[in-house]
Design a binder for this molecule. Sequence first.
Ligand code: ZN
Length: 399
Amino acid sequence: MSRMPGFVLVGLLAASLLLRVWLAWRQARHCRHADDARSGRYATARAGFAVGVAACEAGLILAVTLGGFIAWLDRVWGSSPMAGAGMVASVVLAFGLLGAAGRVGQSLIIDARFGPEGGSPEGGRLGASLAGAVVAVAASVVLAALAGQALGWLVATYPTVWWVWATILAGVGLGAKAGLGPRGPSRGSAVADPAGAASLSAALARCGLPNTPIRVRTSPAGARRANARIAGAGSALHVEVSDTLLALLTQAEIEAVLAHEAGHWRCHHLARDLAAQVGLVAAGFAALALAMRAPEIALGLGVPEPTPAGWLALAVALTPLAWFFARPLRAGQRRRFEYEADAFAARHADAGALMRAVGKLNAANATPPASDPLYARVYSFHPDEQDRFARLRAVGGAA
Ligand SMILES: [Zn+2]
């Protein structure tokens, strides 16, 4: 009986890996027939590489649970007043290093060979990738230590309702992050051309967002990737566009993209996205609180008689597996947001210009026009170009 949770874990990991391999195979088969061979090869390579990273992640999940890493941490840290910080940060560091290695590998091997900037090796790509990865891992470890310590204290202080307080705390943190918008040096500059800037601001005003700043993000030399997004809230609300997007699109196309971004705000997507994140966090904490009543679950997962910090570390280790199964829900919601923002843009700007802009942006980003439908259902946060165009034609025709 005590081995049951271990068997369930191995079974779920095996099932998730088999599903990933099958989906990547479907995606490769689908992309072989893509009109644009380059974006098809890129999509296939990315799907294959992601399966490799997922296999390493599954191995790490087994190593930290059944392999005894968390049990060892619990013996070393368990009685320390800093157990929450130490144990959660240790497990986050292990997964953070693997994730960083995956991202650097993706950038150096897959993006460099098949990506939109492929074939033009940029000087310093390795240095920039590594520096970015180190900063990201360090930041996540510091955040994990703070969150782990706070959660450990909550579990000890409110043994039955800690998860409600934890959800409120996480909601406040996620809300602050979303409300303040992007961090770091990517804040960007104002649009250089005053006449262009005025007409872009007027386009946003027509969408119900007067006086909303537009920030231009400078891309690395030789970069082709182009994108836009709306972020922040209240006085921090702003639209961010890459300089490559401004260079690639006509004025009408840029205005249509701004209308799409405004649609994300006017359809409350930022708030609904935040609510979905908080909902997932609440479900995770509630599941952990339930599991904590059954120590045999932890025993079966390789952590006998865990301290509260040991339970938290176990939950962190199982999060990537839970995320794989929750991801289709999130992806479906995000694709619905894109359709809604497109429909809003079609009412407030030129739908034809938006379609031309989407086509140009997808070409610049080497996004394949269509993915395998099942693959897209699980992974894609953006709908396929063909689906977007079909809906835009329907909305545009009805308007
Ligand atoms: Zn969008």
